[in-house]
Design a protein around this ligand. Sequence first.
Ligand SMILES: [Zn+2]
Length: 243
Amino acid sequence: MSSSSSAAAPQTPREAFDLLLAGNRRFAANSQHYPNQGSWRRSALTQGQEPFAVIFSCADSRVPPELIFDRGLGDLFTVRTAGHSTDPGVVGTIEYGVAACPTKVLAVVGHSSCGSIAAAIEARQSNDLPNGFIGELVQRVLPSVEAANRSGRTELHEVVAENVRRTVRELVEVSDVIGGKIDAGELAIVGFVYSLSSGETDIVDAIGDLGRIDLVDVVSVQAERATYAADALRQRVASPMAG
Ligand SMILES: [Zn+2]
């Protein structure tokens, strides 16, 4: 099974998305294949890498991308920060994964019970940021807390989903590299929320040529989605409501 997963490199954003989703389902069901993790794979990769996905996730030790998507060496180009907060170096690294590698999907992965999001909620309530660079990091998550609160969503899991969606939108808006790839139909960006308890991921946002996929939490997303559409984003949004 390891060699087959290597041979069947996804050619489209949808194929790459399906590969990620299938791996997560195997992980959640405790029926992993552990593909591409042997010494043969290590040897095969010495001349170069051809990952099929960029994963931008929270740094939390309970959310390791290769494990939760059941992948191996050379499959995922991973970028991780607490609360998947961005800065120029982070976006530059993601752009490298998108432009210099044959990746077809960019996944933003947040998770339940995220300490970074909880810290941002607390900072907003207390009007006090943590010391050091952690304060800077929490500050970058605050707009998600405020956006969620404005629409009456104050629970941690609601802010987690909002933060994933905002990160998805931010990456598309600030990066011409990412936006251009999506425009060309060569890349899709997907927002996942991973459940620490079930091991499953919910899809809370998606942009790009993915065909129809099911998003969760579509009711609370709806108002914002209308706003995004009005903003004339340069790519279509793949969701049940778009059809
Ligand atoms: Zn986290």
